[in-house]
Design a protein around this ligand. Structure first.
Ligand code: UD1
Length: 420
């Protein structure tokens, strides 16, 4: 199992290029199943989760041609199976998203119930309820969701009880090929939902309101060949800015979209960072200063993203003052706290949704273990800011969501090595 060795204490200084957004690429790959002809997707990040999704498409008989820049041409017309097996779905929750497209396009699908990140119970009840409201007949049997539709799915008015990102995406995809109009209320407003809507629209779907809490989809007869470029990863962008802030350094992040990061940039400014932005870049400069502690609360977009909570907590761990970080999206998303405390951080949990952080001047290196995708990078940030050499175990979590970690960090002047 790969480990990451980090010699801390170096101030990061340099430029890093941001990859395509994983959370946008995954639903978009699932959406290609709706089309009658080839769909080309560019700017896919080079990640394990993407490979898993491509493998799953392959398993359904869909031909996927990958070019050297990792643009893929997906051929949904070669599909010969509608069963998504446990082995692939268990490693990544987003693979569950093939259910709706298969059902809408082929009237039938069997998809294993997902596993995925260990960040508390993550149900898919709203996905299933929405598909049922569209007329699907759904049974759960032997760990598989077996869905059928007599004829086409039917447009429906769907109110989402909880704001769910992939839930919204799932129903938007299914509705694109339904008979009639679907209205999704209390929809997620995340930029990745908008990116998916743009891809579906390029395929011929008729969608309005993506990016607001009410999305209207007029079902169409068929979806066609299209090409789409995946948006930049806003979580990766925030993560590298936070690494810069925690090391009191200067980081310029390019090929990104700063306007999607307002909630994080506000907090970084509060922490004392000088931030400059352009159309597709952000630069953070701490000018050698220690950050000030900043309290925050995660919320659905445009609020502070839960996927950046762990990384900001790592900054607070070395900041001046006491802060409070409240997690409102997931029930068990503080597993990094125990590990970061092994490095001398002073973080106390109140229940499982609030962390109180007393910033320390310096963390010290220690062997630590990655527990989930975003939490893993909080340990990298802590290690970069710490004195001495930290070894982070189980970084396969991180490889699911961060492209070329060592190369990108090395480009910023970090002393990082992957150990087999
Ligand atoms: C997506 C992101 C993930 C991010 C999360 C929140 C992808 C591939 N993943 O995950 O990185 O952390 O959004 O921004 O885009 N819920 C239900 N019933 C459901 C579905 C969800 O109760 O049927 C609850 C969840 O338990 C959670 C909340 O809704 O408390 C939000 O989760 P959701 O937005 O669905 O997360 P994901 O879409 O899985």
């Amino acid at each position: 199992m790969d480990r990451l060795q980090i010699d801390g204490g170096a101030r990061l200084d340099g430029t890093v290029r941001i990859s395509g957004a994983k959370n946008s690429a995954l639903p978009i790959l699932a959406a290609t199943l709706l089309a009658d002809g080839p769909v080309t997707i560019a700017n896919l990040p080079h990640l394990h989760d993407i490979t898993t999704m491509i493998e799953l498409l392959g398993c359904l008989g869909v031909e996927v041609v990958i070019d050297e820049k990792l643009a893929v041409e997906v051929h949904p017309e070669t599909l010969r199976d509608v069963v998504a097996p446990y082995d692939l779905v268990k490693t990544m929750r987003a693979s569950f998203l093939v259910l709706g497209p298969l059902l809408a396009r082929h009237g039938r699908a069997e998809v294993s119930l997902p596993g995925g990140c260990a960040i508390g119970p993550r149900p898919v009840d709203l996905h299933l309820k929405g598909l049922a409201a569209m007329g699907a007949d759904i049974e759960v049997e032997g760990g598989y969701v077996k869905a059928r539709s007599a004829g086409r799915l039917q447009g429906a008015n769907i109110f989402m009880d909880v704001v769910t990102v992939t839930g919204t995406e799932h129903l938007m995809m299914a509705a694109a090929l339904a008979d009639g109009v679907t209205v999704i209320e209390n929809a997620a407003r995340e930029p990745e939902v908008v990116d998916l809507a743009e891809c579906l629209t390029a395929m011929g779907a008729v969608i309005s309101g993506a990016g607001t809490d009410t999305i209207t989809i007029e079902g169409v007869e068929r979806l066609e060949s299209a090409s789409h470029r995946v948006m930049p990863d806003r979580v990766e962008t925030a993560t590298y800015l936070l690494a810069g802030a925690a090391t009191r350094g200067r980081v310029r992040v390019v090929e990104t979209q700063p306007d999607l990061l307002d909630a994080v940039l506000v907090k970084l400014r509060d922490a004392g960072a000088a931030i400059a932005t352009g159309d597709d870049w952000v630069e953070l400069d701490m000018e050698g200063r220690r950050a000030r502690a900043v309290s925050l609360r995660t919320a659905p977009y445009p609020g502070f993203p839960t996927d950046v909570q762990a990384q900001f907590l790592a900054l607070n761990a070395v900041a001046d003052g006491i802060s409070r970080v409240t997690e409102t999206i997931f029930e068990n998303r503080f597993m990094h706290v125990q590990e970061i405390n092994r490095m001398g951080a002073r973080v106390v949990l109140e229940g499982n949704s609030v962390a109180i952080i007393e910033g320390v001047d310096r963390l010290t290196a220690a062997p630590v273990m990655a527990t989930d995708l975003r939490a893993s990078f909080s340990l990298v940030i802590a290690a970069l800011a710490a004195e001495g050499q930290t070894i982070i175990d189980r970084i396969y979590h991180m490889d699911r969501g961060y492209e070329c970690i060592e190369e990108k960090l090395a480009g910023l002047g970090a002393r990082v090595r992957r150990l087999p």
